[in-house]
Write a protein of this length. Structure first.
Length: 576
């Protein structure tokens, strides 16, 4: 029996990347008198926010015990917010602001229906430091908030990470506070001040020219994120004069450990073809620049998955094919076919695209020795891991044991891993290697449902995205100071952006909220249009020339406004 892949797969194409209908904004906003801020007002607010240097360091003291340096950074910024958003902060406002841990900002807009769980929107005030040695590489000074009319961007540290979203959220709430909107669902805004010392942001929109979009704009919503483990390795050994060295110093042994670890990476795997990372790829399958090898592998993976379904559910519209598979291709053969299809997808991915499917490791810090003619008595290294959702911290630790145990026996070092003695000290022991975690550690957690009966939250957010971002909508631009503003956006656009769930390779503050809800969605609204600087907004985070697009800022405000209104009209997360 000859199978025609194109014919067979066309039957299931609608299920590869299902899309929620675009939110009907005319209906959603009909009872409100919503007047969005002008492009100029939004851009000037954003520019001013960037001009506040809210840099934080990794080892600053706790603000509850020593607030001096924190107060210098954040008090001026929080005072400015009260002036920039007067409707939110006026004395008789229904919105309450609290300070948490001295400088964290928590806003509460109490809803009228206590049976609805609150909507929590998050951003952070702090930004990463700027290396002094890179100042001459910036197109404009990093805290200038320079408004660039030629490229329609705002330059500066924190432009995207994360003041665009902070300004976008506050602008949306300010807009609704000016309207007749009174929420049924309580709205919480949480703006931390020490996020950059531990974690990162959500995913965004990939424009036409973004290398990860393969030429098809895509809104990516992270329904899960990788775990995080910073492995701290220390090795101690006898000191002495360098004129009589042992075969390997502590620095040498530690260097060998790092080398072996890099030569023994964590394996990539596809545990479930319904995972967010696979859905992401399947949603891009028909993109114009999708490599043919990867497209074909994804098609065959979809078919292999479908043939694994039960006889009741397996493609009822092709009963003859189903019976052929059940009689001619038994379960064991189908299982092997599925494993082969998964491996073909992994082999077709670039190293960067392979990242969501494996735990990564990066040796980032290395210290050892105090003098060139003295044997180092101690050396240490830090290795950062981002743990794939189908794995765990414990599996990561076990990987270290498997790799290092034979090395310990060969190089004569004792090995202690997280308090457990793996290789004990003996008469032959030269050194002692100790492994433990360092700083922020996050284990993996179940994803937010994005399909099936429990996926209402993901579908609603997808609907809001598709009702806000249209490929046929022109770019919002800031004109010269004497030019009139653009006309308000029309709601008549037709070509909604495609939305997909995905996996976030970094980490967010949502790690603290898994005990409150399953519906945690990580999304940073951006522009569907190419970046006129020739750079990519997400490629400049934490480095020189960070900037945000003006169109992305305007669309952020629209998105957050639409999301608040849509969530207020939804029964999702009702307390029973």
């Amino acid at each position: 029996m000859h199978l025609h892949w194109d014919t067979l797969l066309r039957e299931g194409e609608q299920g590869v990347c299902p899309q929620a209908p675009a939110l009907n904004l005319t209906q959603a906003l009909e009872a409100l008198s919503v007047s969005f801020p002008s492009v100029r007002q939004s851009v000037e607010r954003h520019s001013r926010a960037i001009q506040f240097d809210t840099t934080v360091g990794d080892s600053w003291p706790d603000p509850d015990t020593d607030d001096h340096v924190w107060n210098q950074r954040f008090s001026p910024f929080s005072r400015w917010l009260t002036r920039a958003f007067p409707a939110i902060h006026r004395t008789n406002s229904l919105i309450r602001r609290e300070f948490v841990h001295q400088h964290g900002l928590l806003y509460t807009w109490e809803g009228s229906d206590p049976s609805l769980k609150p909507l929590l929107l998050m951003a952070h005030q702090d930004v990463v430091p700027v290396e002094n040695s890179t100042l001459n590489q910036w197109a404009f000074p990093p805290f200038s908030g320079h408004i660039d009319l030629e490229h329609q961007v705002v330059w500066g540290r924190g432009a995207v990470d994360c003041k665009q979203f902070l300004i976008g959220i506050l602008s949306a709430v300010e807009t609704l506070a000016h309207s007749r909107f009174r929420p049924k669902r309580t709205i919480l805004l949480s703006f931390g001040f020490d996020e950059e010392s531990g974690v990162d942001e959500g995913t965004s929109i990939l424009s036409y020219d973004h290398p990860s979009s393969f030429g098809m704009p895509l809104a990516t919503v992270a329904v899960t994120e990788k775990g995080s483990l910073n492995m701290h390795m220390t090795i101690s050994s006898p000191g002495g004069h360098s004129s009589a060295p042992p075969p390997h110093t502590s620095v040498g042994i530690l260097a060998k450990i790092i080398t072996v670890l890099e030569e023994t990476p964590f394996p990539a795997a596809i545990e479930d073809a319904s995972s967010a990372s696979i859905r992401h790829l399947q949603c891009l399958r028909d993109a114009p620049k999708m490599p043919a090898r990867l497209r074909q592998a994804l098609q065959k993976l979809e078919w292999a998955e479908r043939t694994m379904e039960s006889s009741v559910s397996l493609h009822a519209r092709l009963p003859l094919l189903r019976r052929w598979y059940e009689t001619v291709l038994p379960q064991e053969a189908r299982t092997q076919r599925l494993a082969k299809a998964r491996m073909a997808v992994l082999l077709a991915l670039s190293p960067e695209a392979l990242t969501p499917f494996k735990t990564t490791q990066a040796a980032d810090l290395f210290h050892g020795g105090i003098k060139v003619n003295a044997l180092p008595e101690r050396a240490e290294a830090f290795v950062n891991h981002r743990i794939t959702p189908h794995s765990s911290i414990q599996e990561t630790i076990q990987h270290y044991v498997r790799v290092l145990q034979p090395m310990a026996q060969h190089y004569r070092f004792a090995l202690t891993v997280f308090g457990d003695v793996v290789v004990p000290v003996s008469n032959d022991t030269y050194a002692h290697v100790v492994l433990q975690d360092s700083s922020f550690t996050i284990d993996t957690a179940p994803p937010t449902p994005f399909e099936g009966p429990d996926a209402a939250a993901f579908e609603l957010v997808s609907s809001v995205i598709r009702g806000t971002f249209y490929l046929d909508e022109p770019r919002h631009q800031l004109r010269g100071s004497l030019d009139p503003e653009d006309a308000p956006a029309s709601l008549a656009y037709k070509d909604s952006i495609r939305v997909t769930p995905t996996t976030l390779s970094a980490n967010t503050d949502t790690a603290w909220y898994h005990n409150l809800t399953r519906n945690i969605l990580r999304f940073g609204p951006q522009s569907v249009h190419p970046d006129l600087t020739g750079m990519f907004v997400d490629h400049q985070l934490h480095t020189v020339n960070e900037h945000s697009t003006i169109d992305g800022l305007v669309k952020s405000i629209e998105f957050y406004t639409h999301l608040i209104v849509a969530m207020d009209q939804s029964p999702i997360e009702r307390i029973t």
